[in-house]
Each structure stands twice: as structure tokens, then as C-alpha cells.
Design a protein. Structure first.
Length: 280
């Protein structure tokens, strides 16, 4: 299929992009890599009157260490994150997780900002942002502001972005000494959407552990009860207690491929693997 007719604008600055958004309002959509929006337009699931192409804006580029966090521009391609020595060194969770995103051809075009703003509940990167305590940097008609990853994801394809706002970058805290990261997902085939996935950050004692599940609800879910249950325990006792408490955090609904009970079972499998690895 082909998309319905639309106008196209390619601003040369961020301010120009903001002005175009303000002028066209709800009739406009931002596009950078286009790996989610363009297929939706081709299937007539989205029909914007105007596409504003921000993929080439220099203000949305770059990966740089700043004040104890790695600042990643919203326009940075997923492939560049996957191959960045700075990401691998300072945020290993993100380096591992991004390799699970779809296929290489998608990662070559898709941007981190587009992925996060799209807020697909089965996506890997939003869960990583919650696990790492990242900060979203946003600019709009009212100026600049920041939002925590915990508050940014609001539901299926829904974020804290307000009309006329643009996600410009994300600040991902450098993993402190003693903290470890773990990531895995279970999918039918590599590159498919996950049936269940888990991004985790913890130290060996599991104090202040952050277990964040995706593909189990309408947004990334921080498993608070499961993390609390494991504190003060070791080995199989920690795994058993955390798995039992997980039902207080998750109540996954089924989808076309996986039933709710199966998702819950797989979530417990991943949780056990994560705890075993993080406490070695």
C-alpha cells in the first residue's frame, strides 16, 4: 500500500522545526529514521498532512560524557549506539540491548529519539531508560524541560511529550562502580518483538535493584516488589522470593502470540537468570 498525500518540510534548525510544529499543529508529524511512522503511513494507520523531517538536525546529534551521564542526541542512529565505545564503556546495558532491536537495516536508520518517543511497550530501549534512571531533555513552545524516564512513558504509544514539543536528547547516568547491568529477552526469532524482556541494574547485594520488564504491559514496568523481596537473601532463596513476589508487579495480558500465563512464566524465568548473573 501507499500513504495518503502529504506535504514535506525539512527544517535546517531546531527552532525552525519548532515553528513548523506550532504552525501545523496536530496535522504534522515528526520523522527522523521513519522506521515506525512510514510503515504506519503505508498501511494507512497514520495519515499526517505534513511530515517534518528532523533527521538531519545537528542539534539532535552527538554522544558525549557530561556531568556523570552520557548525553545521547535524539537523532543518533541506533547503529551508532551499538558501535559506540563510549556507550559500551559507560552504559553497557544500552550497548547490549540495542543489538536486540529489530534487524541491522532498521538500526541503521532508526534513531534513539524516535524509538523513545514512539513508546512501543514491546521495545527494548524504553525499559533500559527506566532501569538506568535516564533523563529526557525536551524543548517546546514553553522552553526547555526535563522528564525522568519513570514518568516519561505513559501508555501504549503515549509519552509525556506535549503538543509542539521535541525530545532533543537523553542523559543516561554512567553505571557506578559495583553496579552491574543485565539484559535479555525471549522472542520466537532474533529480531522479532519480544514475548517478554527484562532490563536490570543491581549490585551483588541486590539493594536498590531495578528490574524493568517490557512486552508485559502498556509501558515498561519497574518490578518493585520483586526487587524488595530479594534483598537480604542469596542464591536460590533470593530467586525464589523474587519470583513469588513478581505477581504483585505484573499481571500480563495475552497477545496474538503469547498467553498471559505464559508471559508470566517467561518473566519469572528471566528474573531468575538476571538475579543469578547479577549476584555472581
Amino acid at each position: 500500500m501507499k500513504p495518503s498525500a502529504f506535504d514535506y518540510a525539512k527544517p535546517s534548525t531546531l527552532n525552525e522545526a519548532l515553528a513548523l510544529l506550532a504552525h501545523h499543529g496536530d496535522d504534522a508529524k515528526l520523522v527522523a529514521g521513519g522506521q515506525s511512522l512510514i510503515p504506519a503511513m503505508n498501511m494507512r494507520l497514520a495519515a499526517p498532512g505534513v511530515l517534518i523531517d528532523i533527521g538531519g538536525l545537528s542539534e539532535l546529534g552527538g554522544i558525549a560524557l557530561k556531568d556523570g551521564a552520557l548525553r545521547i542526541g535524539a537523532g543518533v542512529r541506533q547503529r551508532d549506539i551499538e558501535t559506540s565505545p563510549d556507550v559500551a564503556r559507560h552504559v553497557p546495558l544500552l550497548a547490549r540491548a540495542v543489538s536486540f532491536v529489530a534487524h541491522a537495516a532498521i538500526r541503521n536508520r532508526g534513531t534513539i529519539g524516535g524509538n523513545l518517543a514512539h513508546a512501543d511497550p514491546a521495545s527494548e530501549l524504553p525499559a533500559c531508560m527506566v532501569a538506568l534512571g535516564a533523563r529526557m531533555n525536551i524543548v517546546g513552545p514553553g522552553g526547555s524541560r526535563a522528564a525522568t524516564a519513570d514518568s516519561f512513558f505513559r501508555g501504549i504509544y503515549e509519552t509525556d511529550l506535549k503538543p509542539g514539543e521535541i525530545l532533543t536528547s537523553v542523559d543516561v547516568p554512567v553505571l557506578p562502580s559495583g553496579r552491574r547491568a543485565w539484559f535479555d529477552e525471549l522472542a520466537r526469532r532474533r529480531g522479532d518483538y519480544a514475548m517478554v524482556g527484562l532490563a536490570a541494574v543491581a549490585d551483588k547485594s541486590l539493594v536498590n535493584a531495578r528490574f524493568v520488564f517490557f512486552a508485559v504491559a502498556d509501558r515498561p514496568i519497574l518490578a518493585v516488589a520483586a526487587a524488595k523481596a530479594a534483598v537480604g537473601k542469596t542464591g536460590e532463596a533470593a530467586i525464589k522470593a523474587s519470583r513469588e513476589a513478581l505477581s504483585h508487579d505484573l499481571n500480563p495480558a495475552g497477545d496474538l502470540h503469547t498467553s498471559g500465563p505464559t508471559k508470566m512464566h517467561l518473566a519469572r524465568v528471566l528474573l531468575g537468570r538476571a538475579i543469578a548473573e547479577l549476584t555472581k
